[in-house]
Design a protein. Sequence first.
Length: 249
Amino acid sequence: MSDIVLQTNSLGMTFPDGTRALNNINLTIRKGELVSIIGPSGAGKSTFMRSINLLNKPTEGTIMFEGEEVCKAKGKKLRLIRRQIGMVFQHFNLIKRSPTYQNVLHGRLGYMSSFKGGLGRFSEEDTRQALNILRRVGLEEQAFKRADELSGGQQQRVGIARAIAQSPSLLLADEPIASLDPSSSENVMNYLKTVCEEDGLTSIVNLHQVDFAKKFANRIIGIKAGEVIFDGSPKELTDGIINYLYYNK
Ligand SMILES: Nc1ncnc2c1ncn2[C@@H]1O[C@H](COP(=O)(O)OP(=O)(O)OP(=O)(O)O)[C@@H](O)[C@H]1O
């Protein structure tokens, strides 16, 4: 069986106002990789990430996700694809007034009827799993606290736990540490890497901080003006490439 999780071919994106955000992106991402996407502001990192689950529909090319052609998917097929893709957001996107464990349970909604989900009727097994995932991100003792009582770093670990509860095959994290201080950032990236490794989960993480990308990713992709200008290991990312990527030197 192929270990390819995601493959893009000639992927391009022009927004309705004419902004060319992505150009001819050809990438193959394999099971278990932790890929970090870096590049200057406006390079197209978020657009690329959002195109994978069609939050931004690409205008050209194809995206194959686990053998399915994403750009052609609609309705139930698209919902099933999205269920396989967990998302972690910069601003956590938690339900602030709900307890931590319930936020994690929201990761299970895609597996429930809208009736049961709407009433919050999660199974005992789902609740047990949610508590178990909270333990894995070191938040067992915060399970019954309101989400907004947690620190930023803890809230992001809840965001990771919610994505993991979805049992995804791909995790997308868009600037997951951009709102955190350096020590919380380190802590969050450590948990993210560990849970991905434990579950053999593939992840793509947009990062502004090159040092974090070098420390945590096993592959780095540099995007500049909508194009891939670097794709290699952290060791291969030289200062010269970083300067070209960010400063055009
Ligand atoms: N909805 C939109 N309509 C028009 N242009 C857009 C839209 N969303 C993004 N863009 C433009 O597309 C380009 C890529 O934006 P994107 O947000 O993907 O960059 P980024 O690398 O994620 O930047 P940042 O690091 O600042 O988040 C930018 O020029 C941006 O202004």
